[in-house]
Design a protein around this ligand. Structure first.
Ligand code: FAD
Length: 450
């Protein structure tokens, strides 16, 4: 790649990833336009009490609600670990701010607004502007087709040197396959459309899943429902007891079938009558606007081929993806991915050859297959996010992850398992929190000096 100093870059989405991209790209000297279909920044953190008309989110023509937050949602990461490296998520004692270590979603949105203000990012965003198509023209430029919500039916095309995709991946529901469910007379809903527990009053609910949302939502629903049955592959076939501390919540193995008479069958002939199946079964990567002529595909939820989860080798560095990995602390990783992309686009950092990148991707896929990891877990970074982040940091010449951040992340994971009900109120890593705040204080005094 011949070195260039400044590129025209389109960023799609003004959630946390898009904001980090805008910040790092501009810092590197690029010209940035961020396209955002909604009227404000924040992405998933903009709570919307409305839900989609299709509660399972299967109808491709349905009007899409971007956010999947429920009203009571609090972060599942403590603020020290969750925040951007460059702009710590500290409790602000001004105004009506939520000072808790695991704050509610409103506080996260406020924090993202603070971040955008600090770095003047909103001025880079074209709000209410939905991107409908992205493709590469002959000659190498990228074309972005977009439409202003208030601009009638008019599509506009604009040229860019590079496109950074930051459209999020918690909007397109994935649902569990349940034999016989088409003839089952009850209601089904995906957690994407769960907001408050009231509609579950006096109902018998089968909730599928074991993720952080499944844990929160099952407890919340238990306060109003008659019965909650948590069905999950991780519950063994033998145990079917109640959840400790609850007399109306049962842990069940995965559903075997749903039946015409309204019952749900579990292994060993056990059956219950149920009113609602709630799928807390995650989401699919979805890039409806992206036309790469088949170069980038989503295959069983693997977005690929991507070098280090970011660049399709044959289109690098002109097309990139930020924020695909999961089971991580997202914001600090977004920052590093974006710094890497920005540095590569400016020619400050170099990428291996296309061939070498492709070999790296293939070796990664082979290693997953050899360890029996299904394709849909390609972007699951359990156990190696910090190694990956440190690799990115080294490429960028940036500091590696702070020791306290790694340790807090780990301590929180253990605490969440040990105290699923109370980990947001009780913890034992106070000494690490102190270290984090000492680091933050140093950052602030450095800023004041510089
Ligand atoms: P998003 O926030 O989804 O932003 C994507 C943006 O792209 C949106 O603004 C959208 O409107 C825009 N967009 C999409 N398509 C287009 C288009 N075609 N044209 C223009 N604009 C478009 N993370 C944590 O760190 N801590 C937590 O506690 C935590 N809890 C979570 C709880 C839930 C229920 C969920 C779903 C996620 C949670 N996360 C949490 C993960 C969270 O998704 C990430 O932290 C992060 O906010 C994702 O940012 P993003 O920018 O990648 O995506």
């Amino acid at each position: 790649m011949s070195p260039v100093t400044a590129c025209d870059v389109a960023v799609i989405g003004a959630g946390a990833a898009g904001l980090a991209a805008a910040r790092q790209l501009r810092r590197e000297g690029h010209n940035v336009v961020v396209f955002e279909k909604e009227s404000q920044i924040g992405g998933i953190w903009v709570y919307n009490s409305a839900t989609e008309p299709d509660p399972l989110g299967l109808d491709p023509t349905r009007p899409i609600i971007h956010s999947s937050l429920y009203s009571s949602l609090r972060t599942n990461l403590p603020r020290e670990t969750m925040g951007f490296r460059e702009y710590p998520f500290v409790a602000k004692k001004t105004g009506q701010r939520d000072l808790r270590r695991f704050p509610g979603h409103v506080e996260v949105l406020e924090y993202l607004k603070d971040y955008a203000n600090e770095f003047g990012l909103s001025e880079l965003v074209r709000f209410e502007t939905e991107v409908s198509r992205v493709w590469r023209r002959e000659g190498g430029k990228w074309e972005v087709r977009f439409r202003k919500r208030s601009g009638g039916d008019e599509d506009v095309d604009e040229d860019f040197d590079a496109v950074v995709v930051c459209n999020g991946h918690y909007t397109e529901p994935r649902i569990a396959y349940i034999p016989g469910v088409d003839r089952w007379p009850g209601k089904q809903i995906h957690s994407h459309n769960y907001r408050v527990p009231e509609p579950f009053q006096n109902k018998i609910v089968v909730l599928i899943g074991s993720s952080a949302s499944a844990v929160d939502i099952s407890r919340e629903i238990a306060s109003v429902a008659n019965e909650v049955h948590i069905a999950s592959w991780s519950n063994s076939n033998e145990e079917s007891g109640t959840l400790p501390g609850y007399d109306n919540v049962w842990l069940r193995p995965m559903i075997e079938s749903a039946n015409e008479d309204g019952t749900i069958s579990f292994p060993h002939g056990f059956k219950i009558s149920a009113d609602i199946i709630l799928h807390c079964t995650g989401y699919k990567y979805h890039f409806p606007f992206l036309d790469t002529q088949g170069i980038v595909t989503v295959d069983e939820n693997r977005v690929g081929p991507l070098y280090k989860h970011v660049f399709p080798p044959s289109l690098a560095p002109w097309l990139s993806f930020v924020g695909l990995p999961w089971k991580i602390a997202p914001f600090p990783q977004f920052e590093l991915q974006c710094e890497w992309i920005a540095g590569i686009l400016s020619g400050r950092i170099s990428l291996p050859s296309q061939n070498e990148m492709m070999k790296d991707v293939e070796a990664f896929y082979d290693s997953l297959q050899a360890s029996g990891v299904p394709k849909r877990y390609t972007h699951n970074m359990t156990g190696y996010q910090f190694e990956y982040n440190d690799w990115l940091a080294t490429q960028c010449g940036a500091p590696k992850t702070e020791e306290w951040r790694k340790k807090i992340y780990h301590a929180t994971s253990l605490n969440r398992k040990a105290r699923p009900e109370t980990y947001r109120e009780e913890w034992e890593d106070e000494d690490l929190v102190l270290q984090a705040y000492q680091d933050f204080a140093k950052q602030v005094s450095c800023k004041q000096v510089s």
